[in-house]
Ligand binder design. Sequence first.
Ligand code: SIN
Ligand code: CO
Length: 382
Amino acid sequence: MQLRDFDSDSFLRDHWQKAPALIRNPWAAWENPLAPEELAGLACEEEIESRLVVQTNGGWAVEHSPLPETRFEALGENPWTLLVQAVDHHMPAVAALIEPFRFVPNWRIDDVMVSYASDGGGVGPHFDQYDVFLVQGLGKRRWRIGQRCDETTALRPHDELRLLADFEATDEWVLEPGDILYVPPGIAHDGVAVGDDCMTYSVGFRAPSRSELIAHWVDHRLTDLSDDDRYADPDLTAPDNPGEISTAAIDRLHAMVTETLADRDDFARWFGEYSSAPKYPEIDWRPEEPINAEIVHARIGEGVPLRRNPASRFSFIRQNADTLLLFVDGECFTCSGQIIEFAARICANETMALENEVGLSNDFIALIVDLVNSGSVAFGDE
Ligand code: SIN
Ligand code: CO
């Protein structure tokens, strides 16, 4: 899917992380990529995260996945909306909606959530911690945006949807198929379906909180630390006051912590692994029949392209002129020589032809075998 009338540079400069943007149908030819029935089918699957939100008198009732198939027949007159997480992982046509937004690095992308609502349906006024492009797929939705919110903003009591106690609308628009509303983190918003058959695709991003980052980085460093690595003071001299924790002791203790956490190379490698870890690690994407080097040679010879699993996360870090670290689904592959170019290309392209790949070193083939057998890539046209 291509965007026709959209300038990513000016968007990044004027809107990204700063201000909402209404982008009226910028697609070369908008086509709703998923039928409502397909979405309902996904919501009934065991391993897919979904919610059904039904509006009751002045409130919202939430049901969680897996939803029984019969649930959709039993929906009454009250407005309702179904929200399904990470639809891009299962539906390549939905994953294609991310492509126009690749001006944001892979590691910042979370997933595409898809919602379907009956007339008047919505999840109520709220704010999210993350940037989102709300792409109207089918039908119409009235979006209102409002005030900037943060941790201190008052929410309605006992409410798992985290609805705002007060919503002060500053703008409103009715979005039609193909229209996009960008909402930066922390901006209040409320979308209500206008008529039935309203489908919205939320291309959602993520950004680690400082506390999450520190907690996980510390956890990682802890695995290498020994119980014998301990404060020591063989140079101790008697203090004037035994109650004082000396400046020298604090300096030494503080250094024990900061030196351990300051290792930038280890941090880079760890962050690549951490940020590329799968969103749903319990889903097994491995092929039924594992592949081997011979089959890889044959597929490449036949000109069969390699495709990334849309549920897989790909990133890389250039370590130095000769080494690139490729991160795929939480694994790190140290690449050198001809593999560097391949690794960079697979991170940038959802599908790639290998027919002209020269050399085919054993390391190169071994990497492809690994990636195929872990389910992160597959040979195939579809
Ligand atoms: C929706 O699609 O109804 C909700 C999306 C959002 O507000 O984040
Ligand atoms: Co939202």
